[in-house]
Design a protein around this ligand. Structure first.
Ligand code: SAM
Length: 254
């Protein structure tokens, strides 16, 4: 009986190579099967953190906002790479944010996490904030870097447009924005759970939202953001392409 009970018990965290990671089940529910491996989760976290100085001009003084921070993967990588630096993450899923606060922020108070109760059919279907009332809890023009891995991948075009406007609002002039998305040429502007596109189950609404590149890029520029670089990854796991943006400085004509 004890064995049966033990198999039902889920630890609050996994201590791995000196770092607290979310339990395996929680990791799988957020990012997919590959992330159930401790090694993969931690290595991918470090890869994301090293992207910051390598591609986004990050220094220890940078004000960084992690939109859709999930289970603190980037934060964990930043702890490994940079130690006790300032970090701010927000997410629509209260369970993920609770985990981050308890197991990251509590031990490393310069890492802060906030739940933002915006509706998302996949991650927060009962969310109370929607449409025009969406306003990220970040001061305008305050962010040097906005990071958003795997969020537009599960977001319809109405929210993508609102979020692009919000990214443009919170980034400082010349600020850098990194995001990933399912992007292809020669596909409809938007496709929800397109058949045969990914090798995993798409039974939840918004499991995969795929955009045509010209359409997504036209939205980006509409909100005063310039595409600095695009790395296509549609042909391999995890199929999310990388998009690097800069907030264009608006020159006053007066
Ligand atoms: C695939 S996970 C990626 C998590 C994290 N960025 C990472 O790289 O590990 C997507 C995350 O985005 C969050 N999310 C989805 N829609 C959101 C929204 N509108 N605003 C903020 N977070 C959102 C989900 O709750 C989930 O934690």
């Amino acid at each position: 009986m004890w064995k049966a009970l033990a198999s039902l018990w889920t630890p609050a965290f996994v201590f791995y190579r000196g770092y607290r990671l979310p339990p395996r089940e929680l990791r799988g529910s957020m990012c997919g099967e590959a992330f159930r491996s401790e090694d993969f989760f931690l290595q991918s976290a470090v890869v994301e953190a090293t992207r910051l100085p390598a591609r986004l001009g990050y220094t220890a003084a940078s004000r960084l906002v992690d939109v859709g921070c999930g289970l603190g993967r980037l934060a964990t990588g930043m702890l490994v790479e940079f130690g006790e630096v300032e970090y701010f993450g927000l997410d629509a899923n209260s369970k993920f944010v609770d985990w981050c606060r308890k197991h990251i922020e509590h031990h490393h108070p310069s890492y802060r996490f906030v739940h933002y109760d915006v509706v998302n059919e996949m991650y927060n279907p009962l969310g109370t904030v929607d449409g025009d009332s969406i306003r990220l809890p970040v001061v305008s023009g305050s962010a040097d870097i906005v990071y958003m891995w795997g969020v537009f991948t599960n977001m319809g075009p109405e929210h993508v447009q609102i979020y692009l406007a919000e990214l443009a609002r919170i980034a400082r002039n010349g600020g850098r924005i990194f995001l990933t998305a399912f992007v292809e040429d020669d596909v409809p502007e938007v496709s929800f759970n397109p058949a045969g596109y990914v090798p995993f189950d798409c039974s939840y609404p918004l499991t995969v939202v795929r955009y045509s590149k010209p359409y997504l890029f036209s939205l980006v520029t509409r909100f005063g953001l310039a595409v600095e670089d695009f790395r296509y990854h549609g042909g391999m796991f995890p199929k999310q392409s990388e998009i690097y943006l800069t907030k264009v400085e608006r020159v006053s004509t007066n």
